[in-house]
Design a binder for this molecule. Structure first.
Ligand code: B12
Length: 216
């Protein structure tokens, strides 16, 4: 039996979703747990859409509700956290405009001391490489939700190789369709499609690169 919040999100019940989120965050449920429940709900929305039960307007509705959820939980993220000295270039790959998940990952990264250069959505492969060069960042995060855009991630990795930068940049990919097979196909170093794993990966990279302890 699914959690009430998962069901409210899946049923696109905006009022109930936002009320449950408000209630739970005030009661001390972590932002992470809330995000993962809502994510599970929109995955059901996606499934119903591909089965023809929901329409594009319903996908748009789920986006609107999710934005409302983020607005409620955003004040609970720690602010003015000291930086850990590690910067990350991040964006959604070319052709893809999904960014709710990416933005949430960025909230969590910033509130734990990472500096993030957010390139937004529909980012051409070349732009990732140029920004890594400009910023000196050694970590790249790429978000992808549309399976037909996965090939462009492979292109980013190829461009990094051609620029002689592959060894010094850790490539982390994330998003709903990402798995071990996608990681192997694209040549990325790590993959995650949930927040817990994503943060584990970035924390691991940070300690490998000698991050400063964060006081926040
Ligand atoms: C909301 C939504 C939309 C919104 C997007 C709003 C926005 N600003 O992001 C709108 C309505 C715009 C939209 C449009 C479309 N969508 Co859409 N959408 C969704 C839906 C329902 C939810 C996605 C979402 O936000 N999830 C919530 C977040 C929190 O989860 P997440 O993105 O997975 O992120 C988490 C992790 O993956 C990870 N993560 C995310 N990014 C990163 C990055 C890094 C570096 C790391 C480490 C981790 C990480 O952390 C996050 C927190 O846990 C999905 C269904 C699904 N199963 O995901 C379909 C879905 C992705 N969409 C789909 C489709 C087909 C489309 C359209 C083509 C529809 C159309 N006919 O126009 C367009 C494409 C537009 C485009 N060019 O990109 C399909 C894709 C199918 C496929 N195989 O490619 C899906 C799977 C629905 C389905 N089952 O058919 N969509």
């Amino acid at each position: 039996m699914e959690d009430e919040l998962v069901r409210a999100m899946a049923n696109l019940d905006e009022e109930k979703t936002l009320a449950l989120v408000t209630e739970r965050i005030k009661a001390g449920t972590s932002a992470l747990e809330i995000v993962e429940k809502c994510k599970r709900g929109v995955e059901i929305v996606g499934k119903r859409y591909s089965e023809g039960v929901y329409y594009l307007s319903d996908l748009i509705m789920s986006e609107e509700i999710f934005r409302g959820v983020i607005e409620i939980i955003e004040p609970y993220f720690p602010k003015d956290v000291a930086e850990n000295g590690i910067s990350i270039v991040m964006g959604t790959i070319e052709g893809d405009i999904h960014d709710l998940g990416k933005n949430i990952v960025i909230y969590f990264l910033r509130s734990t001391g990472f500096r993030v250069y957010d390139l937004g959505v529909d980012v051409p492969p070349e732009k990732f490489v140029v920004t890594l060069n400009q910023t000196g960042s050694r970590v790249l995060g790429i978000c992808v939700l549309l399976t037909f855009c996965i090939g462009s991630i492979k292109k980013v990795v190829k461009l990094l190789e051609e620029a002689g930068m592959r060894d010094r940049v850790k490539v982390v990919i994330g998003g709903y369709p990402v798995n071990q097979q996608v990681k192997d196909y694209t040549g990325a170093d790590y993959y995650a499609n949930d927040l817990v794993k994503a943060m584990e990966i970035f924390r691991g990279i940070a300690s490998e690169l000698g991050a400063r302890a964060v006081v926040g």
